[in-house]
Design a protein around this ligand. Structure first.
Ligand code: CP
Ligand code: NVA
Length: 299
């Protein structure tokens, strides 16, 4: 039987997405030890840096009674050019699940196609589904179901923004994206979401009346050489207190982190009362555990 993967959020149905959020909240409040993955091992392959993703999967596996092994291209044969197809076949014969963070999205798809065990996308250039599990858990905890709400995305139409598009489609919320020309998300994704996603230039227009305001770095991992050019292009796109004032009075602010204070977000907003970024970061652990349970325990 083919293993079940999480390559994008579209590997989940809308009901499964909501069930995962509910389960993550339950697991967060679980007092007694629960070790459904005893003796199971998650392999984690990172082509890019990570604090939250690595830690949440590693801690989650330990809390579930299993273990996680960190692999980087610096010290595996992947970095020396061993084909991804070969690596997938070898690694997946030894572990019970694999989490990958790669530059190319195709690499995760290829790995999954050759893997005997579930594969989880821990961020690619196109999508970051695990982060959205935590973001949506955080919204549900603070404000209840997000159906029919309005989310404003301000900044780069990057992997996070594109995953918000998937979430808008699955959970049925309105997504207004404000980004400079040339930094839009893929148009096919916007089309896929139908009327739920609106592409704008003006951050004020996107944020007005929104229930949730989200942003991310202007230069993602792998785009470091474009930092200066991007800093120029994104002038006027900082989420600061005056922009937040346009949102609904009880609007929340989220950022997947790491954040650059004074660039995409002001320190005042990041540290302010509407910001739930620390809950959002903590929820990486609980939502990752719910995901591991779905893919590695029940399958
Ligand atoms: N938000 C997030 O994925 O953080 P890391 O890059 O630290 O894993
Ligand atoms: N867009 C960012 C997200 C980091 C978690 C990046 O890809 O670097």
């Amino acid at each position: 039987m083919k293993p079940r993967h999480l390559i994008t959020l579209l590997d989940l149905s809308n009901d499964e997405f909501r069930a995962l959020i509910r389960r993550a909240i339950e697991l967060k409040h679980l007092k007694s030890p629960y070790e459904p993955l005893k003796n199971k091992v998650l392999g984690m392959m990172f082509e890019k840096s990570s604090t939250r993703t690595r830690l949440s999967f590693e801690v989650g596996m330990v809390q579930f009674g299993g273990a996680a092994i960190f692999l980087s291209p610096r010290d595996t044969q992947l970095g020396r050019g061993e084909p991804i197809e070969d690596s997938a076949r070898v690694v997946s014969r030894m572990v019970d699940g694999v989490m990958l963070r790669t530059h190319s999205h195709k690499a995760v798809e290829t790995f999954a196609a050759y893997s005997r065990v579930p594969v989880i996308n821990g961020l690619t250039d196109r999508f970051h589904p695990c982060q959205l599990l935590a973001d949506m858990q955080t919204y549900f905890e603070h404000r209840g179901d997000i159906v029919g709400r309005t989310v404003a995305w301000v900044g780069d139409g990057n992997n996070m923004c594109q995953t918000y598009i998937h979430a808008a489609g699955l959970l049925d919320f309105e997504l207004r994206i404000a980004c400079p020309a040339g930094y839009e998300p893929e148009s096919a994704l916007v089309d896929w979401a139908g009327g739920r996603v609106e592409l704008l230039r003006n951050p004020s227009e996107a944020v007005r009346g929104a229930d949730l305001v989200v942003t991310d770095v202007w230069a993602s991992m792998g785009q470091e050489s474009e930092q200066t050019e991007r800093n120029k292009a994104f002038q006027g796109y900082q989420v600061d207190a005056s922009l937040m004032k346009l949102a609904a009075p009880d609007a929340l602010f989220m950022h997947c982190l790491p954040a650059h204070r004074g660039e995409e977000v002001s320190a005042e907003v990041l540290e302010g009362p509407q910001s739930v970024v620390w809950d959002e970061a903590e929820n990486r652990l609980h939502s990752q555990k719910a995901l591991l349970e779905l893919l590695l325990v029940t399958n």
